[in-house]
Design a binder for this molecule. Sequence first.
Ligand code: CP
Ligand code: NVA
Length: 302
Amino acid sequence: MDHLLSIKDLTQEQLKELLSLAKKIKANPAEYRHALDGKSVVMLFEKPSLRTRVSFDIGINKLGGHCLYLDQQNGALGKREPVSDFAANISCWADAIVARTFLHSTIEGLAEHGSVPVINALSDLYHPCQGLADFLTLSEKFDDVSKVKLAYIGDGNNVTHSLMYGAALLGAKMTVVCPQGHFPDGQVVVEAQEIAAKHGGELILTSDINAIGEQDAIYTDTWISMGDGTDMVDIKAKFAPYQINTALMEKAGANYFMHCLPAYREVEATAEVVDGEGSLILQQAENRMHAQNAVLVTLLGQ
Ligand code: CP
Ligand code: NVA
């Protein structure tokens, strides 16, 4: 593993190893206190963040490393100087780059032109760190993740893509339910279905919310992602039947609700579900740090 740009770049074995290492780090943090001694990580963020920024910063600190956050004072990535110069310069001093960008191609550019590992902290296409934390969370609830039935309902987006790859690699069954015109990227669907077929998993796509079937967990995300200028009034009308509420959870027999956060209560899900007993949102948020630390130890650990 040279970088973490997308879960699709991992083998099933690598994904399982990351999840198992994350569990070890979570259970025994003292053992990894010096894993990143003397290592510096630069974090470049083009978009806002709470969970990703804080969990990387504190996580790197817990591993003995040092983290430097760069906001947009120098102008958006690629504006004041090319992405290639950004990557080459940072590689002179830092041991890794964590980047949250509008375009996935910017993250690919950092990886191509830098000489240190690059970790995708969210792009328009993928959110692999979120996906890792989510499968870590599911693996804490279910002994065999390959048997989990996961439904994603709402806007087909970066989070959906990473979940689809993760579920496919682990051989799980995933159902994606989106309004017409809001399905995940077609190429990602084809790739995820190929990966699922290889590992005994299944990926179903539908816009019929009534065809949801039995599920173990239901996942949703914001109906409008960062950088998407669509009008919420139009979106709300189109997405209303796809809101996650208690009736839907009960219909699917789903014990668990998942959301990457930030959550908009009474929009994509009711407050009753978001804050209900079966909600895994804080476990997912906590697991961001453990999953990312497993990535950092794998890429940089000594
Ligand atoms: N889930 C997530 O990535 O949260 P932030 O945007 O706050 O980092
Ligand atoms: N799909 C959301 C995820 C936020 C963590 C976005 O890209 O804004």
